[in-house]
Design a protein around this ligand. Structure first.
Ligand code: PLP
Ligand code: SF4
Length: 344
């Protein structure tokens, strides 16, 4: 008979940390070195020094599967331009500021922004799978302003105090950086708030790290009885490969309505052809174009800005070419307004 194993004399209670799942490994393995990115894409090494300088403000981060969708040897690749730190980011340009959309003025508590009627935006985490150089929250003080600071309790208490809120928008950062366990904690707690009807998630994961849409996430979503909307963020048709398509199909199968928002970016998608092709590809994946945002004038992103006159004529070009439901609304976010402001 085998000897029973000796019990430890003073058992130390430890919470086992679950081993990282595949998407977390892929996230940890993302490219963060400008030299490596240039080498992978066979780019001119002269791009490395300015990239290192600009990444001191906001580090480079891009998952490898997104890099694999870029063209080798092309410094103007529309996917590369979204992630490669560049010298113009370091120039300060009049009118481009740290908080262009008035986030801090809309703050109603830790990690909670309440700008628009009936919708509360929860800054769930500062972490993203990719660092988009034009991001309007690139200077957001995530360390002080994340809803998870004290668990979800503060968020839930604030929502309980304001029954006018019927839709929770998880944003960030990217809310799908949170583990399935964290997400489940939130939606379990939301069950106590019958006025909340909809859960909306703003995320780039289905595009830049589609492996995040895995069995665990699908299980979580399928169990959430709120109406579910996922707003993905693609800027160019070439971002949409078969794995992205698979992720979108799985989200739809879990009962999610899929929308896309893009940012109009100089050199990336500022042509009627690029925008029309993006809409067509999105619809082929059962995703409706929702917003085309004018760039928020955040410090470090001035070189991406498209002038309003140019944006209007692109929009007219889209209207002339596409069915109405494939033309996203062209909007600008103006601090203090009651909604996003349509340009047309
Ligand atoms: C953009 C935004 C929303 C959502 O606006 P919709 O027009 O409903 O998409 C909600 N809250 C904040 C703080 C926002 O910036
Ligand atoms: S994923 Fe969204 S929040 Fe994160 S850097 Fe890109 S635009 Fe900003």
């Amino acid at each position: 008979m085998p000897m029973p194993l000796a019990e430890p004399s003073s058992p130390t209670p430890i919470t086992p940390t679950p081993p990282p799942v595949r998407w977390q490994q892929l996230l940890a393995d993302a490219v963060s070195s400008p030299a490596e990115l240039c080498e992978l894409l066979k780019l001119d090494p002269a791009l490395i020094a300015p990239a290192i300088a600009a990444s001191a403000q906001f580090p480079l981060r891009v998952p490898r599967s997104f890099v694999a969708r870029m063209r080798q040897g092309d410094p103007y690749d529309p996917l590369l331009l979204q992630v490669l730190p560049m010298a113009p980011e370091l120039q300060s340009v009049a009118g481009y500021v740290a908080d262009p959309v008035g986030d801090m003025a809309a703050r109603t508590g830790p990690g909670m922004l309440h700008k628009y009627q009936a919708r509360a935006l929860v800054v769930a985490t500062g972490a993203c799978a990719v660092h988009c150089r034009y991001c309007f929250r690139r200077h957001f003080p995530y360390d002080e302003e994340s809803a998870l600071g004290g668990g979800w309790q503060t968020t839930i208490e604030q929502l309980r105090r304001d029954p006018s809120i019927t839709e929770i928008i998880l944003s960030g950062g990217d809310p799908l950086s949170l583990s399935d366990r964290r997400l489940t904690q939130l939606t379990e707690a939301l069950r106590d708030l019958p006025q909340v009807r909809r859960l909306r998630i703003h995320t780039r994961y289905p595009i830049v790290l589609p492996e995040r849409i895995d069995a665990g996430l699908r299980r979580w979503l399928s169990g959430v009885s709120l109406q579910k909307v996922v707003v993905i963020h693609a800027n160019h048709a070439r971002e949409l490969d078969v794995e992205v398509e698979r992720a979108c199909r799985d989200l739809a199968d879990a009962g999610v309505t899929l929308l896309n928002q893009s940012v109009l970016l100089r050199g990336v998608n500022d042509s009627v052809d690029a925008l029309a092709e993006l809409s067509e590809r999105l619809f082929a994946m059962h995703v409706l174009p929702y917003y085309l945002h004018m760039l928020d004038r955040v410090q470090g992103a001035a070189h991406f800005d498209v002038e309003e006159a140019g944006a209007r004529s692109l929009y007219a070009g889209l209207l002339a070419r596409l069915p109405g439901y494939l033309v996203p609304k062209l909007v600008r976010e103006i601090a203090g307004e009651a909604s996003k402001t349509p340009l047309v």
